[in-house]
Design a protein around this ligand. Structure first.
Ligand code: NAD
Ligand code: UGA
Length: 443
């Protein structure tokens, strides 16, 4: 079987490499010349654990290739996946579908036989139907179907998430809308290795598949905003948010995952997808008050982190050296999109602090989005902590957990530790003589 993947970013590249690992021949089309050059030279332009080996193995096996020529990639492909970005449209929070529609038009012009055109990108309800119109308009002669196969992988654990998913969702056109068994049959064949491990594969309408993706991300975001509100309450009443998360999460109806309190959710998807779902609901004349509250709670939380840090530093950071551990929006990625570190470090520098920053994978991506002055990029975490008056943890990389409070005490000039990811224990910090502030835990 042969397929094409339009877009070789976080989702396109991981999906392509995993489909290739399933035994499918995958041609990836990438228009960004830097990303393409890296891929063609065998370098992986993003940080994702395990991806370099998976890509190298499948190039070697002749199943995975990269290029800019869309016609060559779609020739003979039974399924053509669109995995390009859908960032928020300037100003209004809608998903910007410019890249998706441009890709659909290019695909239409390049197709030479029946294929199913599948959106892997996260797209608003109705996008599949609009893609069908675009393709029909560009190539009235063409035999094709459209499908929606949203992706649920997380950065940092993308390969495992793709290879052993909780479920796969496939939305196809109804017969009345021009659909047939053909696209289901092709996608069932493509995902056959997942049938063998009994992963649930859910066939739905196009509209349902498109909405499932936004509903899933918004529900997870809502869980995070909920536990963050509980963390604030814990701080007021002397309870411990870790106990609350465990105590409620052990109820199978609630579930333990995504109840880790922190500085507010970031990344390339939860912030944009919650906003987009609000707009989808608004346009459909439906209510989305829970999602709106989720967004408001998160925005307020992110904005309040600066004040929390100032107060832990005695009201001012002017003239102080502040170490920052972790820049990316979560561990095991180099992705800086909507990372909480960005507004926090800007605020620290604007208020006169010198920042000593370290991130295991995100330093290159961080430089263009952090202040050009006032930030020193360090060799490692101990180097960042060296001589600092205060230290802030913004991303919970495992290597930071390994640093003991006593070691911090030796390295730092001051004694203030602000742990926005709760990676250390309050008692151990107190024993080491640190003034420790965490999220939702008694000091
Ligand atoms: P990305 O920006 O990393 O990758 C998109 C890639 O597509 C870029 O490299 C870009 O150069 C390329 N591209 C754009 N137009 C093209 C065209 N016409 N032809 C060929 N290449 C083209 O984005 P991403 O993080 O991979 O996200 C892609 C989509 O997947 C988004 O809709 C996102 O919401 C969704 N998604 C992302 C994740 C994630 O963890 N990042 C997870 C699930 C779903
Ligand atoms: C998220 C979803 O988990 C994926 O299922 C989805 O495919 C993806 O978005 C997407 O659509 O792009 P991702 O953004 O890679 O994946 O990372 P998450 O692990 O979900 O973390 C998102 C944000 O929430 C991070 O800022 C993280 O620190 C925060 N978070 C997560 C918490 O604050 N607490 C938690 O318990 C979990």
């Amino acid at each position: 079987m042969r397929i094409a993947m339009i877009g070789g970013g976080y989702v396109g590249l991981v999906s392509a490499a995993c489909f290739a690992e399933f035994g499918t021949e995958v041609a990836v089309v990438e228009t960004n010349p830097h990303r393409l050059a890296a891929l063609q030279e065998g370098r992986i332009p993003i940080y994702e654990p395990g991806l370099d080996k998976l890509v190298a193995d499948n190039i070697e096996a002749g199943r995975l290739s990269f290029g800019a020529d869309i016609a060559a990639a779609v020739r003979g492909a039974e399924a053509i996946f669109i995995a390009v970005g859908t960032p928020p449209r300037n100003g209004d929070g809608h998903a910007d579908l410019t890249y998706v529609f441009a890709a659909a038009e290019q695909v239409a012009r390049a197709m030479d036989r029946f294929a199913v055109i599948v959106t892997k990108s996260t797209v608003p309800v109705g996008t599949g139907r609009r893609i069908a119109e675009i393709v029909r308009h560009a190539r009235p002669d063409l035999d094709f179907e459209v499908a929606s196969n949203p992706e649920f992988l997380r950065e940092g654990s993308a390969i495992g998430d793709f290879m052993r998913p909780d479920r796969v969702v496939i939305g196809t056109q109804t017969e009345r809308a021009g659909g047939s068994e053909r696209s289901q049959e092709i996608l069932r064949r493509l995902y056959r290795p997942l049938y063998l491990i009994e992963a649930p594969i859910l066939f739905t309408s196009l509209e349902s598949a498109e909405l499932i993706k936004y509903a899933a991300n918004s529900f997870l975001a809502m869980k995070i905003s909920f536990i963050n509100e509980m963390a604030d309450l814990c701080e007021r009443v002397g309870a411990d948010v870790h106990d609350i998360a465990r105590g409620i999460g052990l109820d199978g109806r609630i579930g333990r995952k995504f109840l880790h309190a922190g500085p507010g959710f970031g990344g390339s998807c939860f912030p944009k997808d919650t906003l987009a779902l609000m707009r989808i609901a608004q346009e459909a004349g439906a209510s989305s008050r829970l999602v709106e509250a989720t967004v408001q709670v998160n925005d307020a939380r992110k904005a309040s982190m600066g004040a929390r840090i100032m107060s832990a530093c005695g009201g001012s950071v002017r003239g102080k050296v502040v170490a920052v551990l972790g820049l990316t929006f979560k561990p095991e990625t180099d992705d800086m999109r909507d990372a909480p570190s960005i507004p926090i470090i800007h605020r620290l520098v604007e208020n006169g602090a010198s920042v000593r920053a370290f991130d295991p994978a995100g330093m290159d991506a961080a430089r263009p989005v952090l202040p050009s002055q006032g930030v020193c990029y360090c060799e490692d975490a101990p180097d960042a902590a060296d001589g600092a008056d205060a230290l802030i943890v913004l991303t919970e990389w495992n290597e930071f957990r390994a640093i003991s409070p006593r070691r911090l005490r030796e390295l730092m000039r001051g004694d203030v530790v602000i742990d926005l990811r709760n990676i250390w224990e309050p008692d151990a910090m107190a024993d080491a003589g640190m003034r420790y502030s965490s999220i939702g835990r008694p000091d």
